[in-house]
Write a protein that binds this ligand. Sequence first.
Ligand code: GRF
Length: 204
Amino acid sequence: MRLAVFASGGGSNFQSIVEATNSGLLSAEVVLCVSNRSDAGVLTRAEAEGIESLILDPSDFDDKELYETVLLEQLASRDVDFIALAGYMKMIPAGVVRAFSGRMLNIHPALLPAYGGPGMYGKRVHGAVLAAGESISGATVHLVDEEYDTGPIVLQESVPVLPTDTPETLAARVLLVEHELFPKALALFAEQQITVDGRTVTIL
Ligand code: GRF
């Protein structure tokens, strides 16, 4: 598996994926880190790991088809065959979603289908979970389709929500689970222990 990890932020999920490849938990090579922000913390992590980075901001392209073409070319030129969206805050162009159908995963910091969709990202997710008085939350890894957070679910893990939680404390608890869950989900694909037929995911 030749993996591209897309991230817009600090990149702790990027780090956990790279560490899983280094420890042998995940039989994959992270060949590219893609970010839309030149100040993203993930870029420092990629440099420290000796992993190539590519900064590509869709907002810089007036021509959205050109953006899609450039992104596809960049991925193809490095023989990327799988994509992990690890805190990536931009929509992936439809042509790229189609080209990587069944080969692109996203991580979301809640138990989808609850608390997902447009506008549900970062602290907003955890704020909404707390405002609703939920007693559990968690993380979801799902395949990416052309909508936000609606693709078939691969793995989920729950965490308790404590009465004293703030969005920050809940985010930190969920993030720890994300660091285990994302490499585990990627490993299912790397080891071909999973089949996807339409929206039906079967773990073998
Ligand atoms: C994670 O909680 C991820 O689920 C969300 O953004 C956060 C990214 O954290 N979409 P990091 O950049 O991997 O540290």
